[in-house]
Design a protein around this ligand. Sequence first.
Ligand code: ADP
Ligand code: ZN
Length: 753
Amino acid sequence: MNKFEALKKYFGYDSFREGQESLIDSILNGQDVLGIMPTGAGKSICYQVPALLLPGITLVISPLISLMKDQVRSLNQAGVHAAYINSSLTENQISMALANAAKGQYKIIYVAPERLETYSFLEFALNASISMITVDEAHCISQWGQDFRPSYMNIVKLVSRLSKRPIVSAFTATATTNVKEDIICVLGLAGPNVLVTGFDRKNLYFEVKTPRKKDEELVSYIKEHPGESGIIYCATRKNVESVYELLLSQGLEVTKYHAGLTNEERKINQDAFIFDEKPIVVATNAFGMGIDKSNVRYVVHYNMPQSMENYYQEAGRAGRDGEKADCVLLYSPQDVMINQFLLDNKEVRRDMEEDEIKAVKERDVQRLRDMTYYCRTKECLRSHILRYFGENVYSGCGNCSNCLTEYEEIDVTDMCISIIKAILETRQRFGINVIVGMLRGEKKAKLLSYRLDELQNYGALKEVSESRIKQVINEMLMKGILQATEDKYALLRCSEQVDEVLKGSYRIQMKISEEQEKKKTSQKKRTSDVLTSKGMDLFERLREVRAGLAREEALPPYIISSDKTLIDMCIKLPFTKEEMLNVSGIGENKYQKYGQQFIEAIKEFMGGEKEQLYFEPVEEAPGNDSGSSIYKPEKRNKKKEAFRLTPEIEERIVYLPECTMPELAGQLNELRDERTMKKTSGAAIERMLISRSYLEERYIDGIWRKIILEKGKELGIFPKTRISEKGWEYEALYYSEEAQRKVVEMIREEVLV
Ligand code: ADP
Ligand code: ZN
């Protein structure tokens, strides 16, 4: 049997995904590997396929008991002999399992790291023929990681004690350099094949909303997605309880999960979710570790989480089956305060030194700041996430709420100056509402009682809307020009950056959405968009068959088969064994177990005749290949495409002796077909130049400044002093005619948002 045969026979898949093949080849050649892939990318296949082909046993060290159980169940379903050894078993069960293992009954054994130093396990391991040791969640070995586990050190000891060193393969979804180096070094990987696949999860749609009423927003979102499985994450137990009550009162099938429930309750609720009895769970971040439910169609964060690491991990629980899924974050500025409170009260490990505690706290604060930045940015959310995790991306993805909103970039420096003056004039004693009221010249009692109407800046921004001033203040908070006190008053304070702003040497650009209240719908493709109504009926019928099988075997339905597999059945309508084996996700063993029952159900439903039960797929937009989809998502029809430089635009550009990038971008925007194409911006183009090392962004005196690098100077970029509308001097980057032409050439190939 070769790797392709193993993949087809046991897992029912026709081809490998990105990165899988390279890692498998290395392992089969006896080389150690480190696979760094995001959740849902398919790490398990990378060690399970070689485990089947290597002569001896593969030990998989995993910290998550529930995940082990799931994996072993899935493997057994696929016809692979596997077992797990952890504290959920009795001593008796463990001895039995080890006895069976010693007899060579299992090809793959999952084991918790704590087990590795027990006498009974060592006795088995030292006498067994172990071909490979796989370290799952390998970041747990790193002190730098978020969840360091001392027991992971046992792995190193075990490897050194075995008479013949097995191949060591390690896998994680954490990509930071420190962690990577730690894993290689601590595990002693020998000349490993280190493979990092992109962190992008193309099937996930990202959205941030700042709703006035979160509850209404949440309920309407869920009601727009009936029958779909979703997770609602909340910051605190109290939030979980109230959101749970809210959803119950709306008649939704929902369960809840947090650390305040008894073990028993948690188990019952978790199972209700996994078994699809209650498709929605409201939970704290205690929920989800080790849960492998593949058909989660949305993850909504009712509160902002504490870090991007947390966010991406939690949101990443959506769409593990590779089908479209939504990750929606409902942000409110209050979330920052809740999280600040949670961090302040976080328990610290008792063995930590004073300065270690300080370092950890600082890191937490920075992480929270980065998370907040994500919630407020107007840039592509996906690019933002990927950049955070160290990938160099600069163009928009076209599949996040920011890419789908049209923004206009405007200079708000003069408005910022008025805001700063108002704050200084009131001696930094007020919060956002009073400052906005004062700038708008409102006649509210509170303003008048403080006699703010007698001040110079009262009414300075009379003609600007309240929401616009608030947006600008938020932008200033985000850029660190202003700070809010961390108490409940959130008084606005100026940072040292205001000097630069007042002098006019720091210009503030801001993206403002053109259609504020535009309703965005996710790009998610629903099953009903793929299948005709008769197809949907068959899909429902097959779900019933699956539910019946699941009950008989006491397994979660998704372990029997994924939704994706059922949809593929509705498309391919298999009547024979051959045809059934052609369905994605059906291997030999699955066929033996359930194939006939599905075939019969399909034949009966179709009355023995075949007819097409799906809509013809529409060509996919370029650069948006979801790879794993069995059907192509429909192009967003009414939505505008991201900016692209077409030959028609290029022909008509007028090159000036010199200009700034916002000016050039303005020209490009004028020339584009505004009905079909969104605007680009000077900032987007300069981001590209940064990624290509013409420019660099450096943090100097509390401000991100663009520096012209050697390559940029050669290109023809130079600094020049300008005068603002209000007469302030500031420095801007200028492009020579030659440089403008070169830049246009560069963006020919780019999608710019
Ligand atoms: P990870 O451990 O990286 O989070 P998993 O190993 O759980 O991801 O895989 C996620 C999903 O992708 C699973 O449902 C798995 O069966 C599926 N999968 C993995 N490899 C392939 C492949 N080559 N073709 C199709 N589906 C795959
Ligand atoms: Zn995007």
